[in-house]
Design a protein around this ligand. Structure first.
Ligand code: AMP
Length: 329
């Protein structure tokens, strides 16, 4: 007869565990009493594109204004029509390769054609999620995480006309920066390492080489629903990171043929003010990751060992998921 084995008692929480729990609880409370309006910088610009614009023209506008996404406005119905991101351009590229006979139409496609293009290739439709700027940040981030949106437009309603208007767009980066800047006293309590917290992805990481084609990487990004692919050498050392937004300069002017070019060539097309890549070690404490976010424009961290060999990827969505949803608090 089998004898029941008593479960191992979980170890008593250490002082670091208790401090971390307290810091996390404080940040969650903070996010419940702050809203989208609080996240705005003192001055900002907002570029909204009419969804009747030609896709080809929208690319030039993105490049000229150094932006990688924009809310779309349906001026006929006077309403928000979704958020244009690099993923939508990737979908146009996929369409181009799946329906080569339709190539002649590509120059005539408008942003309003995106839902049809995305339906034709079975891709997720353009992001249409938005939140009211008065919604508590805690709830807004939860919506972002559940829809995997990396940015979310804030739409308020005009009291007189009852119509919505786009106030701004908040990104995962801006939210994490806001948390980091206003909660230094809480983030210093995060003394566990990113590996102890199991933060990020460490297995089955999609990588590429400098001489691979951009198109191959695009297929990887679509298949895995990821926004970046580390570029490594033959010893697995990290040389750079190819990001979804790197695709935009590659197809400037509707030159979809350039996607057969190499990752190395594509990275040379990056704007001069690109933030570059940020690395960390799996032994870095979370508090130091928040320090980096406080000081720099970080969009993800690549985890490397002492030899600069790739170990993992920590996305902003991984950090936000831990802050909001981990059971450590
Ligand atoms: P992101 O697309 O950056 O929001 O990341 C979504 C999820 O995919 C996160 O859990 C990341 O850790 C993971 N991830 C990001 N890039 C890669 C990659 N190149 N290979 C495998 N997983 C990744």
């Amino acid at each position: 007869m089998a004898t029941a084995v008593a479960p191992e008692p979980s170890p008593a929480p250490t002082i670091h565990d208790r401090e971390q729990t307290q810091g996390l609880q404080n940040i969650r409370e903070f996010l419940k009493v702050r809203c989208g309006y609080d996240v705005f910088p003192l001055s900002f610009r907002l570029i909204v594109l009419d969804h009747d614009l030609l896709i080809k023209k929208s690319l030039n506008i993105m490049i000229q204004n150094s932006i990688v996404s924009a809310p779309l406005w349906d001026s006929q119905k006077s309403c928000f029509a979704g958020t244009l991101t690099a993923t939508d351009y990737i979908n146009v590229i996929q369409y181009y390769y799946q329906f080569p006979d339709e190539m002649y139409k590509l120059d005539q496609f408008r942003l309003s054609s995106l839902p049809d293009i995305e339906k034709a290739i079975g891709a997720s439709p353009i992001e249409t999620i938005s939140v009211n700027p008065l919604m508590p940040l805690f709830d807004a981030i939860k919506q972002m995480l559940s829809t995997r949106a990396r940015r979310i437009p804030l739409i308020d309603v005009d009291d007189e006309t009852g119509k919505g208007w786009v106030v701004s767009v908040i990104t995962q980066y801006r939210i994490l920066k806001f948390i980091a800047v206003n909660n230094e006293h809480n983030t210093v309590l995060f003394k566990k390492t990113v590996r102890e917290l199991n933060m990020g992805t460490y297995k089955n990481i999609a990588t590429t080489r400098m001489d691979n084609s951009v198109l191959d990487v695009i297929h990887q990004m679509v298949a895995r629903n990821i926004s970046c692919v580390p570029v490594v050498d033959d010893k697995g050392r990290v040389l750079n990171v190819f990001e979804a937004v790197d695709i935009i300069p590659c197809i400037k002017g509707g030159m979809y043929e350039e996607l057969n070019g190499t990752i190395g060539d594509a990275l040379c097309k990056r704007p001069d003010d690109s933030p570059g890549i940020y690395t960390c070690s799996e032994h870095d404490r979370l508090q130091s990751i928040f320090d980096t976010i406080r000081k720099s424009r970080v969009h993800r961290l690549i985890v490397v060992d002492d030899d600069n060999k790739l170990k993992g990827v920590i996305s902003l969505s991984d950090i936000l998921t831990w802050v909001l949803l981990s059971e450590e608090a």
